[in-house]
Design a protein around this ligand. Structure first.
Ligand code: ADP
Ligand code: ZN
Length: 728
C-alpha cells in the first residue's frame, strides 16, 4: 500500500543486507513515503534500503534510529514490491536477497554530476607500456562507449595513474558524465507485412496487448517461422499504448542481431540490460526505466527486476532454454517469474519457442495459456530434412568421429560454397584423461567431476568449478610415465580431425570457453554469418537462435549423448536440443537444409521423434509419463540441497531431516533421499539432495519452511531450497 509517513513516524525499511528483514526506523525530517529509496544506519554503517511500509513495532519507539536521508531516485512502486515479496515467498528466499536483485545497480544513491568518463581521443604513440596498451585495448573493446575510471581500471587491470597519464598525453579524453541522456524514441508506427499463419498470430497478440490485463500466450513456431517478427508487432502495440516492453533473451550473444532488427522495425535501439553492459550504462538504464523514459528493454533474466513504470508486455524468447533458471544464489526460473510479474502488474506475456518446455505445452493444453502456432518457415525456406546415420554400421577408428556419409555431405556442401555445422556438446579436447597402464581417470581435486583436457589452454580443466592443472606426464595413481591418454571427443579434438580431413576448408570453432569476452564471441558469430568459415564446429551455444544464412548442413556427432542417465527430463532436453540445432540449417530458403544425426540407437523413440515423428504425439507421451510419475507439471517438486566439507556430516544431517518429515506428511508430500546431488561436489563442498514430491495445490512452501526450520544446521553446513529443480 502506498502511504506517506510524517517526520518521526515509525516506518519499516527493507535493506539488502544478508539476514536483513524489514527493520523499524523513524521517518526523517520532511517525512518519506512507501517505496522511497533511503539510507539507514545499520550498526556502524549506512546502508541502502527501501521504505517497505508501516513498521511492525518490533523495537521500542524510544530506541528507534532515524532514516539518514531519502535518496534522489524514483520510489519503488507497489507493484515491484509485491513482486519481490511474492517471488521471495515462492522461492523461499529471504526478502532481502530478492531486494538485492532489484538494487544491484551501483551508485543508486550517488550524488549526481560528480562522475568523470573516458573515451579514446587521439592516435596512440608507437611505444606504449603494457598497462597503457591494455587501457587503449579496453577502450576499443567498449566500441566508443564511455566508461568510468573504476570500470576502465578494472577492465585494463591497471591503476588510475596509468589512465591519467594517457589523458595528459591526449590519447584519451576525460569529461563529465552527461546526466540522464534520454533514449532515442522508438517509432511503432506502421505494421510489418505478416504472412500466412503469422497474420492470425500477430492479430491475436496485438488484440491481447490492446485489451490490457494479464494473459500468457505460448507462441510456438519452427525456427525461421517468424516468431520474432510476430511478437515485435505485439511490442509495437504496447509502445503505441505508451507502455513499456521487456524482451528476455537466453544468451547475451543473441542481443546484437536482435538489436539490429529492433532498429530496423522501430528506427532506434532499445535499452540493453545484461552482464556485458557497462556500469555507467546500467545506471542510466535503471533510471530511465524507472522514469518510464526507456520504452523497451532487451535483456537477460535479471532485467525482470528493473523498476518499470508501466509494463505492458514481457516476451520470453526461447522460453525452453535452461539458462533461464538461475542456479546460484537466489534459485529462480525467469520464465516463471516473468509470468508472476505480469500477473501482478496486469500485463501480457509471450513465451516464444520452436520447442517449448513441457510445462508450457501442458499449460497451453489445459487452457491456462493461449497457444498460437506458426506452422511453416517464412518464405521459401523449408524445414531441414532429417536423417540418422547408424554408427553401428560405420566401424570408425577409435580416434575418428566423423562417419563416411557425413564426411561426403560436408565435402559436397563446402564445394558448393555453403556452410556445414558439426555439433558436439562437449567443450575442450577430450572429456577424459586416462592412464593406459592402470585405468586411472584424472579427476578434479575439489569436485566429483573428471578433468577435461583443453589443448587450447594446455591444461586440464574442471567444468564444474573451473579448477585447472597441467596435463600429467606420469599417472597420478600408479606413477607410470608416458601412458596418459585423452579419451573421447571434445570440440577441439573434432577440429583436429576436420582440419586433417578437409585441409582446404576454413574451420571455425564456436565454444563458449574459447572466448574471453562476449564481444569476442559476437565478432566470431558475425564472421561466420558473413561467410568467413566453411565448417563450423560448435557446442550448444550454436543451438541458440543464431542466423547463419549460408548454413545448409548440420551434422550431429553424437545424438545419443543426452539420452543416458535417469533424469526424467532427458528425453525433453534431447528433443529440444536436437531440433534447435537442426533448425540452424537452410534458414535462408535458397537451398533446403539437411540434418544428419550420428546415433548408435537410431530406433530409440526419442531419436525417432526428433527425426520427424509426430511432434504433438511425442509431447503427449512425455506428458503422460510425467503424469503417471506424479512429477511436474502434474505434481510439484522441490530439492533441498545440503552442502558441507564433511560428506558424512552432510548425509547424517540429511537423514535426520528426512526422519522429521511430519510437516510434509501433513500435506501428503513424500521425501526421497538423502542422495548425492546432481552436482555432488563443488569447490570441496559435498552436496546432498533431499527431493520432495507433493500434489499440486498443497501449501508446499509453508510445509517446506516449517520442515527445514525444525533443525538448525551445524556450523559449516548450508541448506538451500530449490523449488522446481531442473532435474529429477
Ligand atoms: P523465428 O523467430 O521464428 O526464428 P524470425 O522472426 O527470425 O523467425 O524470421 C526468420 C526470417 O524470416 C527472418 O530473417 C525474418 O526477417 C524473415 N521474416 C519472417 N517473417 C517475415 C515477414 N512477414 N516479412 C518479411 N520477412 C520475414
Ligand atoms: Zn572441480
Amino acid at each position: 500500500m502506498d502511504r506517506v509517513f510524517g517526520a518521526g513516524e515509525r516506518v519499516g525499511v527493507l535493506t539488502a543486507e544478508p539476514l536483513g528483514r524489514v527493520l523499524d526506523y523513524r521517518a526523517p525530517e520532511g517525512g518519506c513515503g512507501s517505496g522511497d529509496f533511503v539510507e539507514v544506519p545499520l550498526g556502524p554503517r549506512k546502508v541502502l534500503g527501501v521504505v517497505w511500509g508501516q513498521g511492525d513495532g518490533s523495537f521500542d519507539m524510544a530506541k528507534l534510529r532515524s532514516i539518514s536521508r531519502v535518496l534522489d531516485a524514483p520510489p519503488m512502486r507497489d507493484e515491484l514490491r509485491s513482486f519481490l515479496t511474492r517471488a521471495a515467498d515462492y522461492t523461499l528466499t529471504p526478502l532481502s536477497a530478492m531486494l538485492r536483485l532489484a538494487t544491484r545497480t551501483p551508485g543508486l544513491g550517488a550524488a549526481p554530476g560528480t562522475r568523470r568518463i573516458y573515451r579514446l581521443a587521439g592516435p596512440a604513440p608507437n611505444k606504449l607500456t603494457d598497462a597503457r596498451l591494455r587501457v587503449i585495448e579496453a577502450l576499443r573493446d567498449y566500441g566508443g562507449a564511455s566508461v568510468t575510471l573504476a570500470e576502465l581500471c578494472e577492465a585494463a587491470s591497471c591503476t588510475a595513474s596509468v589512465v591519467k597519464g594517457l589523458v595528459t598525453l591526449g590519447v584519451i579524453a576525460e569529461e563529465d558524465a552527461p546526466r540522464d541522456l534520454p533514449f532515442p524514441s522508438l517509432n511503432p508506427a506502421g505494421t510489418a507485412r505478416l504472412m500466412g499463419d503469422q497474420v492470425a498470430a500477430g492479430d491475436a497478440l496485438v488484440a491481447a496487448v490492446a485489451q490490457g490485463g494479464y494473459g500468457t500466450t505460448l507462441l510456438k513456431g519452427v525456427t525461421g517461422s517468424g516468431k520474432t517478427e510476430v511478437y515485435l508487432e505485439a511490442v509495437a502495440e504496447c509502445l503505441r499504448h505508451g507502455r513499456q516492453a521487456l524482451v528476455l533473451l537466453p544468451e547475451i550473444a543473441l542481443t546484437a542481431e536482435f538489436l539490429t532488427r529492433v532498429e530496423a522495425r522501430f528506427g532506434a535501439r532499445p535499452a540493453e540490460w545484461h552482464s556485458g553492459v557497462t556500469m555507467t550504462e546500467r545506471r542510466r538504464v535503471w533510471k530511465m526505466v524507472g522514469q518510464g523514459a526507456a520504452q523497451m528493454v532487451v535483456g537477460a533474466r535479471s532485467a525482470l527486476f528493473l523498476p518499470f513504470q508501466h509494463l505492458g508486455l514481457i516476451v520470453v524468447d526461447e522460453e525452453h532454454d535452461t539458462s533461464y533458471k538461475q542456479e546460484e544464489g537466489v534459485l529462480y526460473n525467469a520464465r516463471d517469474m516473468a509470468v508472476l510479474r505480469a500477473a501482478i502488474c496486469g500485463c501480457q506475456v509471450v513465451l516464444a519457442s520452436a520447442t517449448p518446455s513441457l510445462e508450457s505445452w501442458v499449460n497451453a493444453d489445459q487452457g491456462k495459456y493461449t497457444r498460437l502456432d506458426l506452422g511453416a518457415r517464412y518464405g521459401a525456406a523449408e524445414l531441414p530434412e532429417m536423417r540418422a546415420i547408424d554408427m553401428r554400421a560405420e566401424r570408425l577408428a577409435a580416434d575418428r568421429w566423423i562417419s563416411e556419409p557425413l564426411a561426403k555431405a560436408v565435402t559436397a556442401r563446402v564445394a558448393a560454397g555453403e556452410q556445414a555445422l558439426l555439433f558436439l556438446n562437449r567443450r575442450g579436447f577430450a572429456p577424459v584423461t586416462i592412464c593406459r597402464a592402470c585405468g586411472h581417470q584424472v579427476g578434479c581435486d575439489h569436485c566429483d567431476a573428471r578433468m577435461v583436457e583443453h589443448r587450447f589452454l594446455k591444461r586440464l580443466v574442471c567444468h564444474q568449478c573451473g579448477a585447472t592443472k597441467p596435463v600429467p606426464t606420469a599417472c597420478p595413481d600408479c606413477k607410470v610415465e608416458g601412458r596418459m591418454a585423452p579419451v573421447g571427443p571434445g570440440v577441439e579434438r573434432l577440429a583436429e580431425e576436420v582440419t586433417a580431413r578437409f585441409p582446404e576448408a576454413r574451420v571455425a570453432v564456436l565454444s563458449s570457453d574459447l572466448f574471453g569476452s562476449a564481444r569476442a564471441l559476437k565478432a566470431q558469430i558475425e564472421t561466420i554469418a558473413q561467410g568467413g568459415a566453411d565448417i563450423i564446429i560448435g557446442t550448444q551455444i550454436v543451438a541458440k537462435g543464431h542466423n547463419f544464412p549460408l548454413l545448409t548442413l548440420v551434422g550431429v556427432i553424437d545424438a545419443d549423448l543426452g539420452l543416458q542417465g535417469s533424469d526424467l527430463r532427458a528425453a525433453e532436453r534431447t528433443f529440444q536440443l536436437m531440433r534447435q540445432v537442426a533448425g540452424r540449417a537452410g534458414r535462408s530458403g535458397e537451398r533446403r537444409g539437411v540434418a544428419l544425426l550420428q546415433s548408435h540407437q537410431p530406433e530409440h523413440p526419442v531419436i525417432r521423434a526428433i527425426l520427424g515423428g509426430d511432434e504433438e504425439a511425442f509431447w503427449r507421451a512425455e506428458a503422460a509419463e510425467r503424469r503417471a510419475a506424479g512429477v511436474p507439471p502434474y505434481g510439484r517438486m522441490a530439492g533441498v540441497i545440503l552442502s558441507g566439507p564433511d560428506v558424512q556430516k552432510v548425509f547424517d544431517f540429511g537423514g535426520e531431516l528426512a526422519r522429521r518429515d511430519g510437516p510434509l506428511r501433513r500435506i501428503g508430500a513424500q521425501v526421497f533421499g538423502p542422495a548425492p546431488a546432481p552436482i555432488a561436489r563443488v569447490r570441496g563442498r559435498h552436496r546432498v539432495r533431499l527431493l520432495v514430491k507433493a500434489d499440486k495445490g498443497v501449501p508446499l512452501q509453508a510445509a517446506l519452511a516449517e520442515w527445514v526450520g525444525q533443525l538448525k544446521p551445524p556450523a559449516n553446513l548450508r541448506v538451500a531450497v530449490d523449488i522446481d529443480p531442473q532435474s529429477f
